[in-house]
Design a protein around this ligand. Structure first.
Ligand code: MG
Ligand code: ZN
Length: 97
């Protein structure tokens, strides 16, 4: 699945609810998911299944925010991460060496 396809899926599933909730409250939900991910990482034994679910939630809420802000995440990612570091122009990055 491409990033744009996932963003569209989230739009199909949740855009009405996201619109009603608004940007600020949606952002708070994203932070809630980051908190859930933090709790997974704080366990003595890493539960990879729980970690993967929380990372998926984080990407989903990020996609909801992008939909509300009318930002194409795939374009944004390609612009900032065009296959090489945008500062040193290398892959892998050799900044701070
Ligand atoms: Mg979660
Ligand atoms: Zn670099």
């Amino acid at each position: 699945m491409k990033v744009s396809e996932f963003q569209n899926l989230i739009k199909d599933l949740y855009f009405k609810r996201d619109l009603n909730r608004g940007i600020e409250v949606t952002f708070i939900w994203l932070i809630e998911e980051i908190g859930e991910f933090a709790r997974v990482l704080r366990n003595k034994v890493l539960n990879r299944q729980n970690a993967s679910e929380e990372l998926a939630d984080i990407i989903a809420w990020t996609s909801s925010l992008a939909n509300l802000l009318e930002i194409n995440l795939e374009s944004a990612l390609l612009k900032k991460y065009p296959g090489k570091c945008i500062k040193c122009k290398s892959n892998p990055c050799i900044c701070q060496k």
